[in-house]
Design a protein around this ligand. Sequence first.
Ligand code: GH3
Length: 299
Amino acid sequence: MNILLVDDDEVDRLSMKRMLTRSPVATDIVEIDNGHDTIRAIRTNQFDIVLLDFQLSDMTGLELLNNLRGKFLGATAIIVVTGQQNDTLAEQCIEAGAQDFILKDEVSPNNINRALHFAKLRHENEMELRKSHDMLQRLAERDQLTGLLNRYSFETKMSQAIDDSRRSGEVISLLLLDIDNFKRINDFYGHESGDKIIQELALRLRFVCRFGDLLCRLGGDEFAILATQASSDKAFLIAERVFEQLAQPFIIFDNELSVNCSVGIATIDKDSDSPQDTFKRADLAMYCAKEKGQNSFHY
Ligand code: GH3
């Protein structure tokens, strides 16, 4: 077990260390005599236990805990040790993240084990919270069927990309893709096959995109690519790469299906365009592509 012993009084440190080395739990003890070095040590090392004297020369234990507030402490248990019991301070320290607040002469293996147990519970709670947070974020940002960005997060990132391009002068293009006659495929092969096609197309579109491009499922059978550093010529090449990806049939539940799509392209005018304006132009281009016939693009 790694123990950090923080006390500005050398004599107190020595007697605490004696008690700890007699205890079967202590294996490695680091000593520090001030708050600033303690904060640095806790941020860069993983201790099992921090025995923290409340009154240090440069700050109180409460100030130190407040400084660490919100930082990831893992399963480190912090026990504030004090010369005088004070319930108000005890409450404040525990609220600020300590597992216990005890008198110096009450430090014992039992108290240490109890603090370790509470720290483990806190750590488990934090991990659960983190997992729920990540899951909620994923639900808010991603399309459930394909795992691609959803329309909302795509538009948010697109606004940022337009702002960035205003500063950098970079040209960006928007490509809207719509599967041709998807309703017919759905009606003929079933909705489940339709879902598989959407998932397979999402995978194939990943190969079309380069690092930094954004790929999204807008909804239904519609996808979007925001191509960074892409003038119209580069956007046309991307559209060609989409059609290349569609050249191989889709194998869905033992059926070989040919899937086509239409692509509408708009280059973003960074001086005047909002995401909505760009979407309108790309949408219009997409309808022109539909008029041209399957696997066409229009600018
Ligand atoms: P067009 O080529 O003119 O675009 O015709 P289309 O049939 O592809 O387009 P339309 O917009 O008429 O139909 C899209 C279909 O996509 C209708 C809807 O039932 C289906 N759809 C929307 N979302 C999903 C989904 O998540 N899964 C499946 N399987 N089908 C979906």
